[in-house]
Structure formats: C-alpha cells, structure tokens
Design a protein around this ligand. Structure first.
Ligand code: FAD
Ligand code: MG
Ligand code: MG
Ligand code: MG
Ligand code: MG
Length: 551
C-alpha cells in the first residue's frame, strides 16, 4: 500500500524491485551512512527509510552496546549479549536499506563520492576497493584509542574499545594466571605476571579496574588459591584525581573504595614508555620509575581517525583536532555532509559574533533601544539558537533576562529600563564562556543520530519552507531547531555492585540500585527488554537514594 509522507509518495513495500508507481521525476536521494555504532545505528533506527535510498557502510556488521564492554573483559557478560547484528536491525525496520561490510578510507566531497575497501574479499583488481556516490553523507565512524604517541603502547598494551578487544583482554587475564602458575617461575616472576596495570582513570579505566578486582577476588581466588595473594592491580592517572569529569564526592568515594579494595591508585603519574616487561611512569617528585607488569590496558582517551584527519585537511579544517559541524550537525565548509558522535564536535555559534543582528531583530520598534519586553519576546529564540545564554543565567542564579538587564544597568532600576546596543553587549559579554564541548559518550552520539534522522525525515518540508519557527538563524537555509543535548546523567560502576551516579540537578547517588538506572539510560529495544523489569523494580529505591545523596 502507498503512504504519503512529506509530499513524497512512498511505498510500504518498496523492497521489491518493481518500479511501477515510483514517483516520476523524483528519484530518491541517496543517503550513505558510515558506521554502525551508537550514532549510525540510532540514525538508521529513526530514519524514515521510505524517503531515501539508504546505503550503510561499516567494517562491523553489528552494533555494540559499549557500556557493557568492561563486563565482557571478565566474563560477567557474554560477547553475544552485547552485540546486535546490523542486518537484523535493518530487517526489523523493514524497507530497503543496503548494508556493505567495508571501511571508507577516503571522502571526496567535491565529487560526492567515497572510497571504500572490503577486508573480507577482493574485486577483479585484487584490492577490494570500490567507489560509492552519495547525495547526503552521514559520518558516524567514532574515534580511535589515543596513545599520544607514547612509545611501546601500540605493541604492548591492550585497548578496550571494541568487542574483540574485550575478548582479547579476557583471554589474556587467564593467560597471566596460568603463566604465573607454571612450575619453573620464581616468586618475583609470578608477581610480575600477576601485576595488572590500567592506564587512564576515566570511566572506562576505572570500570575495568573494578571489574577485574571483582573477578580476581570472587572467582579466580578460588581457582588459583596458591598465587592469589600475589595479584596486584594498579590504576595510573596523570591528573590529580581519577574520574575528573565527575562530581568531587564521586571521585572521593571511588578513590576511597579502591583504596579499601587494595587497588593501587597512582595519581599524578604519566606513563612515558611501555616496554615488553616494564612500564615507565613519570612524576615530578620521583622522576622515572619502571615497574614490571604482566598485562597493561591503555584507556587514556580518544583521537581522530586518520582518514577523517585527511578529509579535514581537504575541506580547510586541517588546523583543528576534531571534525567541526554546526549546530545542525552539518560539517562546516562542506555541502550535504553530516557528522554525529565521537568523530565530530559541534562548533557552537557565539552570541558576541551575532550581537548586532540579535539586537536588530529584537528591536521591533526600531527605537535603537531594547525594553525588557522586547528582549523577553525573542528570548525563547535566543535560548534555542544560543543555549549558552540559558546556562549563563542559571550559573549566575538569575531568574531571567530582567535580572540581567537590571544588573547591566546597575541595580534598583524599574521596569522601564532600556538598553542601547553597547549596554546590551555588556550585559551579554560573558555568556559565551558557557559554551562547552559535549562529552564523547553514547548518550550524545545516540541523541545526535536521532535528531539528524528527524531532520532528514522533514528535509523536503524544510527546503520548501526554510524560514520555519526560528527567527534568529545562523547561516544557511534551515528551519530546524539546532541540536540540543539532554543530559540524562553520568554513571560510574565501581565494582562490588556499587555504581555512582551523577544526575541532572546535582543529584548524587551511590549504591547497588543505581546500576539499573544506569542501564535504563542506554536501553535500546533489545537491551530494554533485558533490563526493563529490574529497572522498574529499583526505580523507587533509587529515588530514595538520590534524595539522601543530594547536595
Ligand atoms: P562508535 O559507536 O564507536 O561507532 C563507530 C562505527 O563506525 C563502528 O561501527 C565502526 O566499526 C565504524 N567505523 C570505523 N571506521 C570506519 C570507516 N573507516 N568506515 C566506515 N565505518 C567505520 N558512553 C556512555 O555514554 N556511557 C557508557 O557507559 C559508556 N561506556 C563505554 C565503555 C567503553 C569500554 C567504551 C569504549 C566506550 C563507552 N562509552 C560510553 C562511549 C561510547 O561508546 C561512545 O561515545 C559511542 O560509541 C560513540 O558513538 P559513535 O557512533 O560516534 O562511534
Ligand atoms: Mg556510529
Ligand atoms: Mg558503538
Ligand atoms: Mg562528538
Ligand atoms: Mg526598541
């Protein structure tokens, strides 16, 4: 049956090759999606695929539920429970989306083509390379682990980024225990094999250290009773604290808990070299120390993939570290290319760059001054276009723009105050300090994927009516509201069924039940079924905890 959507006739059974009835003269635009992670998959799940000819390209034919990867390293969760085949996701969705297991190695935005390579088969030229053209390109390729070019890391460390990484870690932990049990080793060598070093005190490193500790104390101690006292876990962090992106109370709780658990937390140490047998770290007070180790897991952050860096050079973003988009997730200086998730960052427009335009739009009566009411009338638009304004007012505990105006004028003024352009500039001069980069998280990537799909679903509509509801606009024809991130909280599993949560509104919670709330934040259809019941059961408890822990 045919359904109508956005003025484009679309067909529910469009997966047949039957061309009869295809809209004449309106061939579907071709959307190419790179990546099947959080950003790419959420985009696909939400896209009205009847409107486009969609082609997905990714070297992984599955989606991975990354929040559970640390649990795969110690066998708490099986690898197959954290992946969902992309073909099954597409099949469930219906429609005609093509998938191709390959990686893109070059983007040619001038000719709207991408260069791809398959790693599982070759073409007639023997190299597995092929070209794909697009009308719209959605880049959702994520990031790579960053070694900061530290010598020996690539060769000697384990990473925790992909499902394969987690499986490798799991095998190697066991190898370390078996090696330490070999008859010909002396005590020193056994100790070395059982020294597990985690580099990087961010959420992933901390969670892995906690998982490993639980695994060792709960399971392995029974299997290897004669050597279990030789196990040591070290967590090395260059900053003064671990989990620096969290509230101080959570950081302290985590450091204390790890202390009690016997995990050696070394803050203020920078790893400068990883050799086969020893890891060298540096601290201004102690200088270089080389420590023997059995296994090292490197988790210090992420960097840009090389082919994205190349692309950035091509489009004049060579000086940047991360691919920049505007607030509608359009790659800057590049038509019809969008980017979501860890591979990109939003370049938020500054109020100060547009201050005269904002003033002109707000000054409806052309009086050359703004009344509180005039500002009030455009405030919602300003908040949408420049979220930093709202953040700024909140951070100053101001109740609204009237407070700002009064402050700008010096206190005790009446309703009748008016601001000229200079005073208006001064009032808003500090708001741009509230512009912050979004974190590299699944929450951000999936919200961006969803947002972008909604824009694509209404693209035709928007092209016909570019003005839309937003009056103070940036460059370009776009009637959509800019992307706005909704922070649902931040979670740090700390082992022993303890999870710390930092929720919007300064709620802090640490406890067992928090964990299920944590899963619920990331729950996609499959994983929701998984955790649903438990989430419901603990939500009430959780709220009690949260109240107790609030600042
Ligand atoms: P990804 O999910 O990494 O997806 C990238 C996709 O692109 C993959 O399918 C990849 O195969 C594909 N790809 C790569 N190169 C190419 C190429 N050349 N061509 C085509 N496709 C390519 N975030 C949270 O919010 N909460 C958590 O609890 C959490 N825990 C985490 C735990 C671990 C161990 C890790 C590693 C990350 C965790 N994250 C968490 C972060 C979160 O996983 C990322 O922020 C998120 O995956 C980013 O989504 P993305 O789509 O940008 O990239
Ligand atoms: Mg992705
Ligand atoms: Mg992913
Ligand atoms: Mg990003
Ligand atoms: Mg006026």
């Amino acid at each position: 049956g045919a359904a109508s959507s956005g003025g484009l006739v679309a067909y529910a059974d469009s997966n047949s090759d039957d061309v009869v009835g295809k809209p004449q003269g309106h061939p579907k635009k071709k959307v190419v999606v790179l990546g099947t992670g959080w950003g790419g998959t959420t985009f696909l799940r939400n896209l009205d695929s009847r409107l486009y000819d969609v082609q997905v390209i990714s070297p992984r034919n599955y989606f991975a539920f990354t929040p559970l990867l640390p649990s795969v390293t110690c066998g708490t969760v099986e690898p197959r429970s954290v992946v969902e085949p992309i073909r099954r996701i597409l099949e469930k969705k219906g429609g005609d989306i093509k998938f191709c297991e390959a990686e893109c190695f070059k983007i040619d935005s001038a000719n709207k083509k991408i260069h791809c390579r398959s790693n599982i088969g070759t073409n007639l030229d023997g190299n597995g390379e092929f070209l794909v053209d697009y009308d719209y390109l959605v880049i959702a390729v994520g990031a790579r682990s960053n070694t900061f070019n530290t010598p020996g890391v690539e060769e000697n460390c384990y990473f925790l980024k992909e499902v394969e990484d987690a499986q490798k870690i799991r095998r190697n932990v066991m190898d370390c225990f078996e090696r330490a049990s070999l008859p010909y080793l002396n005590e020193e060598e056994r100790k070395k094999n059982l020294h597990f070093v985690v580099v990087g005190g961010g959420p992933t490193g901390v969670e892995f250290a906690a998982e490993l500790h639980d695994f060792v104390t709960e399971d392995l101690s029974k299997l290897y009773p004669s050597i279990q006292h030789l196990v040591k876990i070290s967590l090395i962090e260059a900053a003064d604290h671990i989990l620096t992106m969290f509230d101080k109370r959570i950081t302290e709780f985590a450091e204390d808990k790890f202390g009690r658990d016997g995990i050696d937390v070394k803050t203020g140490y920078k790893v400068v070299k990883v050799a086969k047998d020893a890891i060298t770290m540096q601290n201004p007070a102690t200088g270089d120390i080389a420590v023997p180790y059995g296994m090292a897991v490197w988790s210090t952050g992420i960097g840009t993939r090389p082919f994205i860096s190349e692309f950035m050079k091509q489009i004049g973003q060579g000086k940047r570290r991360v691919l920049a988009t505007d607030e509608w997730l359009r790659v800057r200086e590049c038509d019809d290319v969008y980017a979501v998730g860890d591979c990109a960052t939003i370049n938020q427009r500054r109020v100060m760059d547009d201050i005269s335009e904002i003033f002109r739009v707000a000054d409806k009566d052309n009086s050359g001054t703004l009344t509180v009411k005039e500002i009030q009338d455009v405030l919602d638009d300003i908040y949408v276009r420049y979220p930093q304004v709202e953040l700024y007012l909140k951070s100053r505990q101001m109740n609204g723009i009237a407070d700002l105006v009064r402050t700008a004028k010096g206190d005790a003024e009446k309703e009748s105050v008016e601001l000229n352009i200079e005073e208006f500039k001064k009032a808003l001069s500090l708001v741009d300090s509230q512009v912050k980069n979004l974190p590299a998280t699944a929450q951000v990537a999936s919200q961006q994927g969803q947002y972008l799909a909604r824009c694509f679903n209404k693209m035709k509509d928007a092209e016909e009516n570019p003005e839309g509801p937003i009056r103070i606009r940036g460059e370009g024809r776009h009637r959509f509201r800019p992307f706005r991130y909704r922070h649902l909280g931040q979670f740090a599993p700390l082992g022993g069924e303890q999870t710390a949560a930092q929720l919007p509104g300064d709620w802090i919670s640490i406890g067992h039940s928090t964990q299920w709330l944590w899963y619920s934040v990331y729950a996609t259809s499959k994983f929701l079924n998984f955790y649903n019941m438990k989430v419901l059961k603990v939500q009430n408890n959780f709220l009690e905890n949260a109240k107790l822990g609030a600042a």
